[in-house]
Design a protein. Structure first.
Length: 127
């Protein structure tokens, strides 16, 4: 069920008032539409690793990269902080699986093609 983490991340980030106030719904999986206004969030590099015992599957560890992109560093930093808080508090139970809140494992910032990018690497436990 961890393969559905992208749907979870999109839903959580587009429904959070603080994030929504900054990006106005511009949260994208994998591809940023051409001509998209900044700031925006894009997430990719979803990596799922199954956790097993001799009795079978017990859950997954899922890693996701989230990039916060803006014209000004301060805007990118504000967005990254709101995304972090939102995903760390995003525990949710769905019909057939549960997603634990995300844990920030690593971050980095960069200036690329005239924009500021803050990269957040999260890890989620799903079961």
């Amino acid at each position: 069920m961890s393969l559905l983490i992208g749907k979870h991340i999109h839903s959580v980030l587009t429904s959070d008032d603080d994030v929504k106030g900054l990006v106005k719904g511009r949260v994208f999986p994998l591809v940023i539409p051409e001509g998209t206004d900044r700031p925006f969030v894009v997430f990719n590099d979803i990596n799922v690793v199954g956790e097993y015992t001799k009795d079978g599957w017990i859950g997954d560890t899922t890693q996701v990269t989230v990039m916060c992109v803006a014209d000004k560093y301060e805007s990118a930093a504000d967005l990254a902080e709101n995304v972090r808080i939102t995903l760390e508090q995003s525990k949710k139970h769905y019909d057939s699986y549960t997603i634990g809140g995300g844990e920030l494992k690593k971050s980095a910032d960069a200036y690329e093609n005239g924009v500021y990018v803050i990269v957040l690497n999260f890890e989620f436990e799903t079961f």
